[in-house]
Design a protein around this ligand. Sequence first.
Ligand SMILES: C[S@@+](CC[C@H](N)C(=O)[O-])C[C@H]1O[C@@H](n2cnc3c(N)ncnc32)[C@H](O)[C@@H]1O
Length: 240
Amino acid sequence: MTLYRDDLSRIQAEAFGEYADRLMPRVLGLLGAGDAKTRVLDIGCGAGISTRRLLDHGFSVVALEPSQTLINHARELAPEATFLCSSVWDGVLPACHAALAIGEPLTYHARDVDAGARLRGLLEYFRSALPPGGKFIFDFIEADGAPLDAKRFRTEREWVLLVDTVEDRAAHRLTRTIDTFTHVDALELDVWRRERELHEVVLFARGDVAKWLDAAGFEASLTDADPALPRRVLVSATRR
Ligand SMILES: C[S@@+](CC[C@H](N)C(=O)[O-])C[C@H]1O[C@@H](n2cnc3c(N)ncnc32)[C@H](O)[C@@H]1O
C-alpha cells in the first residue's frame, strides 16, 4: 500500500487537519507539562499538525512518517522536529519518553497482515522502551457501531476530493477509495490531474485492545475520541 503520494499529501492538512486540531488540546492535557528533555515520538505525523503542537507545548519531537511528501510538508510547519521517513512496523524505533499515534496510523494494514499481532508487538515494545509512567496515546476505529459506509466530497479552487468509504463488517475492515483532482499550472490550459489511493484500515474491538494493553503492562483509558467521528476511540495508556 503506497500511501499519501504527492497530491493527497498536498491537501492533507487542509482537508483532514481538523481532527488533529480538535484532539491535540486533550492529548497535551494527557501528556502533561512539556519540557525540552522529554522526547515524544509522533508516529504517522502526517502534515505535522500534532508535531507543531507538541513543540509549542515545550516537548522535543521525533516524528515518524512513511510518506516523504508528507514529511516535506510537516518539516515546513515544524522545522525544529527531527523527521524519520519510515513505517512504525519497519526497523528500530528511536528512544522516547512518550509516544503518540493519532489519525489511526496504527491501523493501515494489507489484508494478509495480522494487524492484532502487530499492535500487540508494538505494545510489548513500548512496555520495555518507555520509562515507568511513560505514556502511549493512540487512536483506532472500533469494530462495532453504526455503519461507516459514506461518500464524501469537497471542492476547493485548486483541488477536489472524493472519498468513498466501504465497511466490510465481517472482516472488520474499511476501504477508503480517495480520488483527488488537483489543478495543474500548464500555460493557459485548464488542466486537472487525477490521482487515486486505496487505504485499507483495520477495525479493532475495544475490549480486545483493552485486554492487550493490560497484558502488556499498561494502565489505560479508552474513550470516544471525537463526537464528530463515530466509533473513533482514543487510548491513553500509562506504563506501570
Ligand atoms: C489520517 S492520516 C493522520 C495524520 C496525522 N497524524 C493527523 O492526525 O493529522 C494517517 C497517517 O498515518 C500514516 N501512517 C500510515 N501507516 C503508517 C505506518 N505503518 N507507520 C507510520 N505512519 C503510518 C500516514 O502516512 C498518514 O500520515
